[in-house]
Design a protein. Structure first.
Length: 485
């Protein structure tokens, strides 16, 4: 987070393979790796890519310190020749990536690395842990925000996250996914995002009675007075005392703004509707009712469907940990290697599991939009040299079920390339937007999808097709690897 040296944030076998490449004399061979994932998390219709800024900081600061080298030497498995090589190590390659906040789909390269094999191998683990984690939380947050139907969603998960980094960078990712603010003060400082919070039950319990606690909180924070009303009895004590304090503030000439109550237990649908009626009757129709209490997207959607009078949602554990899908599942696979003459030979990984067969070659991703509506029609994974002429008919087909086909008429669609240059010859050429700018971009990205792709259960599957040229290459390599004519 503070641009610390994460060079040893890698698996041991990356380093042993690097030593092998150096010892074999092939360490400078150029290769291409793709970072992608195979299935959308949470059974969602898409994912949100996030973490690129931290990946950039990692690459920029990639070096082996003297203490790193001393530690590696102490393991007794590395040659002095290799350690001497690491002393002057830095990244010299090329990285293309899909910008943070973009809606993405399985099999699409989120990051493409072209570099000497010894460099491309080292960065695998760190890139995966950075991109996997934040993409997972951003996707989960997007689901919660979708369920909230425009109500503000506040990220409250720090105390339940798997450690400080997961809590802080997870909050960053949740903001990208659509949250309005976070309770995490460090995230607010590091990434200049809004921070919000109310008070705990311990505040109420620290005073002689609930009314005194509410009065003190209102005195201290008259412009942000949100009172937690369920410490003792929500409807018989909490809400009436909150109303009494609001009456006293109004009588004192304090203009009520950004005020309301928070519910943290019980039947939130019933309690919120009863509290809303009590607040309205007392003359506070603009008092905001917030709710927390171990919520996720399904509970939020259910409460909305029940007509709960909740206008703001605090989401903690189930979002920051993505409790129903704790892993994004991104992988990093070689797709091409230099033949030695500057041209690249496509590489493919085969498997008895069709899902694990990789797409060979140096690739790009085209996003195809319906020109009239601006909505996404399909994504097309193609080879680097391919282009699309929107003035011509475009034929698309499903690479797994080839009878599923689509033909787009000339000038009826527009095209955008998703991968953009991030590092060229080891130099960063990309300027990361602010988190709030990425958040705004992410909202536009999600709005480019039809609602069928965004629903929480059984979403429609957006076509992600291969170009004819890439499909033919893949099929040809599969036949060749299996000894077929």
């Amino acid at each position: 987070m503070d641009k610390e040296n994460l060079t040893l944030l890698t698996d041991l076998y990356q380093l042993t393979m690097m030593q092998g490449y150096l010892d074999s004399g092939i360490h400078q061979k150029e290769v291409v790796f793709d970072l992608f994932y195979r299935q959308n998390p949470c059974e969602n219709g898409f994912a949100i890519t996030a973490g690129l800024q931290q990946a950039i900081e990692y690459i920029k600061n990639l070096h082996f310190s003297e203490s790193d080298l001393d530690y590696l030497r102490s393991l007794g498995i590395f040659q002095e020749k290799f350690l001497a090589y690491l002393k002057d190590f830095s990244f010299h390659g090329e990285i293309y990536a899909i910008p943070e906040g973009t809606v993405v789909f399985p099999k699409e390269p989120l990051v493409r690395v072209k570099a000497p094999v010894i460099e491309a191998q080292l960065v695998e683990t760190a890139l995966l842990t950075i991109i996997n984690h934040q993409s997972l939380i951003a996707t989960k947050a997007s689901r919660v925000c979708w369920a909230a139907q425009g109500d503000p969603v506040l990220e409250f998960g720090l105390r339940r996250a798997q450690g400080p980094d997961a809590g802080t960078l997870g909050a960053r990712a949740a903001m990208i996914g659509g949250c309005a603010a976070t309770s995490n003060v460090l995230t607010g400082k590091l990434f200049d995002v809004p921070v919000r919070g109310t008070h705990a039950h311990s505040w109420v319990m620290s005073f002689p009675d609930e009314l005194t606690a509410f009065r003190e909180y209102a005195r201290l924070f008259p412009d942000a007075c949100c009172l937690l009303v369920d410490t003792y009895d929500t409807l018989k004590s909490g809400v009436p005392h909150a109303i009494q304090v609001f009456d006293e503030m109004k009588a004192a000439g304090i203009q009520l703004k950004n005020y309301g109550i928070r519910l943290d237990s019980g039947d939130l649908a019933y309690l919120s509707k009863r509290a809303r009626a009590m607040l309205d009757e007392a003359g506070y129709p603009d008092a905001v009712i917030s709710a927390s209490s171990d919520l996720d997207e399904f509970l939020v959607q259910s409460l909305k469907n029940q007509g709960a009078a909740i206008a703001q949602w605090g989401i903690g554990t189930k979002m920051i940990t993505c409790s129903d899908c704790p892993s994004f599942g991104g992988v990093y696979k070689m797709s091409a290697e230099d033949r030695g003459d500057g041209t690249f030979e496509p590489k493919i990984k085969l498997s008895d599991n069709p899902e694990k067969i990789t797409n060979p070659g140096i690739k790009k991703v085209f996003r195809i939009y319906d020109k009239e509506s601006g909505k996404v029609k399909a994504d097309l994974i193609a080879l680097e040299e391919e282009t699309i002429d929107t003035h011509k008919e475009l034929f698309l087909f499903d690479p797994e079920a080839t009878w599923k086909q689509m033909t787009l008429a000339p000038d009826s669609y527009t095209v955008r390339e998703l991968l953009v240059p991030v590092f060229v010859d080891g130099t960063c050429v990309y300027q990361s937007p602010s988190v709030m700018e990425i958040r705004d971009y992410c909202q536009k990205e999600q709005n480019s999808l039809w609602d069928e792709y965004r629903r929480l259960r059984y979403p429609h599957t957006l076509p992600v097709d291969l170009s004819q040229k890439l499909y033919d290459l893949k099929m040809g390599l599969i036949k060749k690897m299996r000894g077929e004519s």
